[in-house]
Design a protein. Structure first.
Length: 274
């Protein structure tokens, strides 16, 4: 997923239980019931020999990260969550999860309120000035989502039209390159899609695998892929100078070589979890 976007401490082999969720659309607001979480968690937050890292994400981006209720508990699941769990298992650390609006994630790293961000985030030149990135772990494309039968199937067709996108995302940046377009920047993907469904926006630009899930549940929508004109692919973000970047890269490369990453891609992007 390509986006510019405290729960209780959990074991790395389990799903993440969410304690008190922040409401959508609340701007740059984190779920910070454990507000003391800082970058220093790596040295003091763990038990025994395993450190604890604070992982920030924006859990409104199915199938990358999203909320489900299982056994009466609200959990965050998805492709990115499985990737984070696999890395944590390799590197022997535990995680505390912070769920927040996507446009607040980089700020959380800069303020050392998180040790890493995994949220389908694309490394761009602007972002790389603020944070460090791992290697790319997944490549995807963007799509124009509009009402079925509409003429909005290319970037050129959106000239002068209203286009919704997630605030702080590379899709928002792409929308802003459309001549004369009225860009509607929204905090979450569900609200972006809702603007199209209710005709408040002519179309939206959304990452392809995310759009697929919304088309499956909304047959009145259509999606058309667009060529990538800039950086693409998902990477994990860290505070500048983080000692974890190289370690995460090693873990990602191990997952690529042993096939674990391909298995997770198949699990989450084959359609069964959309």
């Amino acid at each position: 997923m390509n986006r510019l976007k405290s729960l209780s401490l959990l074991a790395v082999t389990s799903a993440f239980a969410v304690a008190a969720l922040a409401g959508c659309g609340g701007g740059n607001t984190a779920n910070t019931s454990n507000s003391a979480a800082t970058g220093n968690q790596t040295s003091q937050g763990g038990t025994g020999s395993e450190p604890t890292l604070v992982m920030a994400t924006s859990a409104d981006y199915k199938p990358y990260e999203y909320h489900v209720t299982t056994g009466g508990q609200d959990k965050i699941v998805g492709f990115d969550i499985d990737v984070a769990n696999a890395i944590a298992k390799q590197l022997h650390f535990k995680m505390k999860v912070e769920d927040m609006d996507f446009n607040g994630l980089i700020g959380a790293l800069q303020a050392h309120r998180a040790d890493f961000v995994i949220a389908g985030m694309t490394p761009t030149a602007q972002r790389e000035k603020a944070v460090d990135f791992s290697e790319i772990y997944y490549q995807a494309t963007n799509e124009i989502v509009s009402k079925k039968g509409s003429p909005y199937t290319t970037m050129a067709s959106l000239k002068g039209k209203s286009v919704a996108a997630q605030l702080g995302s590379i899709q928002e940046a792409a929308a802003k390159t459309i001549p004369g377009a009225q860009v509607i920047s929204l905090n979450t993907i569900p609200t972006v899609v809702q603007d199209v469904l209710t005709n408040r926006a002519d179309a939206a630009i959304i990452e392809g695998t995310v759009a697929k899930g919304y088309l499956a549940s909304n047959p009145s929508l259509q999606a058309n892929p667009i060529a990538n004109t800039g950086p693409n692919g998902s990477a994990i973000a860290f505070p500048k100078g983080s000692p974890w970047v190289g370690k995460f890269n090693t873990a990602i490369n191990t997952m690529k070589k042993d096939g674990e990453l391909d298995q997770l891609i198949k699990k989450w992007f084959s359609g069964s979890n959309q």
